[in-house]
Design a protein around this ligand. Structure first.
Ligand code: ZN
Length: 356
């Protein structure tokens, strides 16, 4: 659980008022969950990862507090979502961006209680529709939530909104990016190429340069945006090294609903096979592009092609095997695979040596 509460002075905490209105009867949940009434999308970013997210807008909570449905208010925060998607794309050089569907939950009541986790039924329902993350915007007043955003890092993010000074633009761009970064770190599962600053998203960045100077001269919002964009771009300076997400991290490890888009490595191996006098070559890749194999042995050299099926959703890279007649002696097997046209990796080229 990652709770974004009192992140120094980067974002204020919302403290809801105790509810004084009787709670309305919960809407009957028919399971007929509504679809989007509008969407925002980052730029096209060919070959980049796209996080598909949904924002569920609740206008009333279990304590009877309400949020405005005024179109100008909604446009204000939807503009911040658009800014967040564009910021993510720009910082990553289009290695990752977002599509966010926005859903009006109508008369449904957001009944989480005081900062508890979001209701599980809509999380399950919208995850089943293929969304990577299910987000909630709902009235904080009466629920006394003392955080501005919270995520379980795998499936949902909460944004309690409300209060006279925040509703028009809440959740802020920095808050949405912050919570999503928790989910992205989780998605990477410690497999990043560059490593992360201590406490990754929660590093005390505003205490160290270059962020301390930005904080001093431009304030909390500017320094938060500077740090988050550097994290997305893999350029946070820590002890003389640049940390954060690499472009390959974004593209390779995909999103919760579409993990492991493209393993970096083509893998090739060989060995003896039965019956005697035969050997085998095995290649593994999650790309469906044909693999060109060169087999070079004593007095013999030839080329062949193997095809592996596309990666399964569980991220296991499939293997293809071929047999060849061998003679005793040293062999060398090399495999070349062109980059998947939908990805942006340089083709791998791997060889293996064996003595048969
Ligand atoms: Zn956080």
């Amino acid at each position: 659980m990652k709770v974004h509460a009192r992140l120094s002075s980067v974002a204020v905490c919302l403290v809801g008022l105790m509810g004084v209105l009787p709670a309305p009867a919960p809407a009957v949940d028919t399971g007929d969950w509504p679809g989007a009434y509008t969407s925002i999308s980052g730029p096209a970013c060919p070959g980049g990862a796209r996080w598909r997210m949904v924002m569920l807008e609740y206008s009333v909570n279990g304590s009877g507090a309400t949020l405005s449905r005024d179109p100008s208010v909604l446009r204000g925060y939807q503009t911040t979502l658009q800014e967040a998607a564009d910021t993510v794309a720009q910082a990553s050089a289009c290695a990752v961006t977002w599509d966010v569907d926005i859903v009006d939950m109508g008369p449904r009541v957001y009944d989480s209680g005081r900062g508890a986790d979001p209701p599980s039924a809509p999380v399950q329902a919208y995850k089943a529709r293929g969304y990577d993350i299910v987000m909630f915007r709902y009235p904080s007043n009466g629920d006394a939530a003392d955080f501005v955003g919270k995520t379980n890092t795998t499936s949902w993010i909460q944004f309690p909104a409300g209060g006279s000074h925040t509703e028009s633009v809440f959740p802020w761009t920095t808050v949405v990016i912050h919570e999503w970064l928790h989910d992205a770190v989780q998605q990477l599962g410690g497999r990043g190429e560059l490593g992360f600053p201590p406490d990754d998203v929660h590093w005390d960045f505003w205490k160290v340069e270059p962020y301390a100077s930005i904080y001093a001269s431009q304030g909390a919002y500017a320094v938060a945006m500077a740090y988050y964009t550097d994290l997305i771009a893999g350029r946070v300076p820590v002890d003389g090294k640049l940390k954060g997400f690499s472009s390959n991290d974004w593209i390779m490890w995909g999103t919760p609903s579409h993990p492991l888009r493209q393993p970096a490595n083509l893998w090739v191996d060989g060995g003896r096979a039965k019956p005697k006098g035969w050997a085998c070559v095995r290649v593994s890749s999650s790309s469906a592009e044909p693999v060109s194999i060169t087999i070079d042995g004593p007095g013999r050299r030839w080329d062949t092609t193997l095809s592996v099926v596309p990666a399964s959703s569980n991220g296991q890279a499939p293997t293809a095997t071929a047999r060849f007649r061998s003679v005793r002696g040293p062999w060398r097997i090399c495999a070349v695979q062109p980059a998947d046209p939908s990805a942006r990796f340089v083709a791998d080229n791997e060889c293996t040596s064996l003595y048969l």
